[in-house]
Design a binder for this molecule. Structure first.
Ligand SMILES: NC(=O)c1ccc[n+]([C@@H]2O[C@H](COP(=O)([O-])OP(=O)(O)OC[C@H]3O[C@@H](n4cnc5c(N)ncnc54)[C@H](O)[C@@H]3O)[C@@H](O)[C@H]2O)c1
Length: 340
């Protein structure tokens, strides 16, 4: 018998990748799957058949949360359900991995941070980009001083995104909560967690050619960190081109451009960027994303009693910046942080 029981909440598209993570790890077995739409039961059965495990199916989250043989939960439902379900998991004493976005506003964020602190469970927010092999390598290179002091960082999430619930404000949220939050999280991660963002300006624009968007599908933000470094993020969910996730980090001794490194410190005399031969986040398909690594790290945190580098407490800074940028765009002003 495995050390921990796991529960999948919302057996849709992304859940299939979380399932792989728990199934591949000998410390966990999936004991429950909770669904909310008629197709969920068949999808849950398909995952069980595909990976050779047997779990109980529930259409009620509270019933599943009452089980004391389940310690870990993955919230894989659509955006608008994450806040309530993650809070319910925490209050039931479950360690929880919540897909992005964690929540839709500052009040929800405050409640989740407080609940995590009160109940002492391990939490993680699904910023899966952090586990891409190229991103892990780049982060380690920056942290070891490979490009010197970082003074500018930018990331862009450009996607022609489709899906009924994704373009609706009530269910998808915004361009940032729907996708751009990956880029917001990455600039913070690359600038270094020690550096807080102190102000942000932003502009957003209504749909240019896909009128089904209920919210502005394009937004760009410019922010300043407490050490003077500048950050920039743009996202557009109606980009009429193949998917692009762009990254640039400028330091005093070199630069990062996507999965390329230029370093006068480590590789003096190099004529151009050297590419890391490792997977980079350049594909929108969830099968390309490193979910088993993300889930494996979450299980490590539970097993070793350590805090995830993207726990709710730590990720709250990404969400604070996101909501501050949305406020800046809506009100046409620079917003000072902290606002949490
Ligand atoms: N980390 C990433 O890179 C990444 C990639 C894809 C998706 N996601 C996130 O994962 C989550 C799930 O995305 P998905 O594409 O798997 O979603 P999906 O459309 O497959 O639905 C997931 C589940 O949500 C529930 N659901 C869906 N529509 C519903 C409705 N109308 N009413 C009630 N419940 C409903 C169902 O239980 C369903 O199984 C989203 O929050 C998305 O933002 C993250």
């Amino acid at each position: 018998m495995a050390d921990y029981g796991a529960m999948i909440i919302g057996p849709g598209w992304v859940a299939g990748e979380h399932v792989k993570g728990y199934v591949q790890d000998p410390r966990t077995e999936i004991r429950a799957i909770v669904g909310f739409v008629p197709e969920d039961k068949a999808r849950a059965e398909k995952y069980m058949q595909m990976h050779g495990f047997k779990a109980d199916y529930y259409d009620n989250l509270d019933t599943a949360l009452a089980r004391d043989d389940i310690q870990l939960a993955s919230v894989c439902t659509i955006n608008c359900m994450h806040y309530d379900q993650t809070l319910a998991c925490i209050q039931a004493g479950k360690n929880v991995l919540c897909e992005k976005p964690l929540c839709f506003d500052l009040d929800q964020l405050r409640a989740l941070v407080a609940a995590e602190k009160k109940h002492g469970v391990k939490t993680q927010v699904g910023h899966v980009v952090r586990w891409y092999p190229a991103v892990v390598g780049l982060k380690n290179f920056i942290d070891s001083g490979g490009i010197g002091e970082v003074f500018y960082v930018e990331a862009d999430y450009w996607h022609d995104i489709h899906g009924a619930w994704k373009v609706v404000k009530k269910t998808g949220g915004s361009a940032l909560t729907m996708g751009g939050i990956h880029a917001v999280d990455l600039i913070r991660w690359m600038a270094g967690e020690d550096h807080a963002v102190v102000e942000v300006a932003a502009f957003s624009e209504k749909a240019a050619w896909r009128p089904e968007f209920e919210y502005d599908p394009t937004i760009a933000l410019l922010c300043k960190f407490d050490n003077g470094a500048i950050g920039r993020v743009s996202t557009s969910l109606e980009c009429n081109m193949p998917y692009v996730f762009h990254l640039q980090v400028n330091g005093s001794k070199g630069c990062i451009r996507n999965n390329g490194i230029y370093s006068t410190r480590v590789f003096p005399g190099a004529k151009g960027f050297m590419s890391i031969p490792a997977t980079y986040p350049d594909d929108w398909n969830v099968a390309h994303h490193p979910f088993p690594e993300e889930v494996g790290y979450f299980i490590d945190c539970v097993a070793n009693n350590t805090e995830s580098h993207v726990s709710i407490r730590r990720a709250s800074k990404t969400y604070e910046l996101t909501f501050a940028a949305e406020l800046a765009a809506a009100e046409g002003r620079v917003v000072k942080l902290p606002i949490l």
